[in-house]
Design a binder for this molecule. Sequence first.
Ligand code: ADP
Ligand code: ADP
Ligand code: MG
Length: 505
Amino acid sequence: MGFNKILVANRGEIAIRVARAAKELGKKVVAIYTPQDRGGIWRYFADEAYEVSSYLNIDEIIYVAKKSKSDAIHPGYGFLSEKEEFAKACEQEKIKFIGPSPESLMMSGDKAIARIKAQEAGVPVVPGSDALESAEKALKVAKSIGFPVLLKAAGGGGGKGMRPVFSEDEFFHLFRQASEEAKSAFGDPRIYIEKYIQEPKHIEIQILGDEYGNMIYLFERDCSLQRRNQKVIEESPSPLLPNDVRLKMCESAVRVMKKINYFNAGTVEFIVDKDWNFYFIEINARIQVEHPVTEMVTGVDLVKRQIKIAEGEKLDISQEDVKLSGHAMEFRIYAEDPENDFMPSGGYISFYKEPSMPGVRCDGWLYSGCQVPSQYDPLLLKLIVKGENREETIRRSLLALEELKIYGVKNNIPFFKFVLNLEEFRKGEINTWSMKSILEKYKKWNEESHVSDSLILLGAYLTSKNIQAELNGRNEYVSANGKASLWKVRSWKIAGRIEGRGQLK
Ligand code: ADP
Ligand code: ADP
Ligand code: MG
């Protein structure tokens, strides 16, 4: 059963990514956008586009799918992608949901159930509990596991509803907080407990399975650099990971996924301690933000595979066909201010330029003049870089980040440049707790090399005037105080410095 038309129930970069894959396969594409997203460029990557009130409104999206005679819906990530209810609604309306079955979504979506399934599959989980009905019971469990523990939301995602607890004194207070946050974010207050593993790495395994029980792994992504339990840089292969551990993790991932009768693309997440013991933490039953990293090192187009699997095709790649080649990294470029506690920064993009060189891919949705709405995830662009080895990838990434220009909103490009030059990053010694010390170093570095805003503005203004003068062949430099030569030098210098930090507006 081949699809004729696919509705993409998402926005931003992933809506474009899916539209491109669908078109490459010869499909027609239907886009949706909300009133806040009328300027969203993904509309124009589609053959038809419809306005909806929200990316979460199941009835409206199904209505658009039927009206446009779409055969299938690709949910992207976030929003409705892991909602059992949505997959069921599609099934009822005879529209194919490009993802796993509603039953698999039910089991992966309840993280406490997924833990049990992993255990049944003989895969190590973090010492912990099922979902707990009361704070008193939870404290008992915490004491038997031993502090520190991590309170986690059974319905959780996106790093929300999680609280580490280091002692009994703070237990009830934090339990209440986690439960309330889980209730408001996911409509599900249930909490379970895990041992809080010290300074782990986050390593996840990509899998692909067809609807006939065939499944392969596409090796790992290391997503250890995180802020507030959310990924910031991802890479593959994981630096330093011993090969025997890698293979055990890959095989474990397939066992868990088979246990829940999973098909389509999915990811099994693990945390890994200092001695390379790995523990299952959850299943992401969808295409992930960081999927291009795997595409770059395996050469497999995961989104096209998702569509073909949903069309009922058998997997035509075997495990032996999947080979890792080179090293890839992804940088999540966000509209946020790294110098001000990563505060979100919405607004107009006044100028935008993508880097272009061998091994560089930009998955984004920006154009000069577009607006970044503040209601949605501030992800602007994913810069994905591949090299023959990790060292080459780092050097190439620095060049690409230098070429990438986003003016108009604050962004974290300068932070990535800083991280790539850090010794611990270069050695691959990053764990999920590393961010704290990295941010302290970054703050200090920023303070030491601080140039005041007014000086930056003046410098930029003078530079532009002087460039104009030079281009016009005139030797009449503008200056702040009449000392042209001095100001010429200083303004150039300052502009160079701002450029270096990717901040010139
Ligand atoms: P994970 O961190 O669970 O492995 P990803 O990093 O791929 O997965 O993305 C996290 C998921 O949470 C995605 O589905 C993303 O759309 C969603 N998400 C990210 N940030 C937010 C947010 N601020 N609010 C709601 N959902 C979010
Ligand atoms: P989410 O559904 O929000 O993605 P996860 O269970 O995947 O939640 O956890 C997100 C991150 O939180 C992990 O990548 C890891 O950094 C941290 N984390 C989760 N469980 C533990 C644990 N038991 N010990 C230490 N860190 C953990
Ligand atoms: Mg996760």
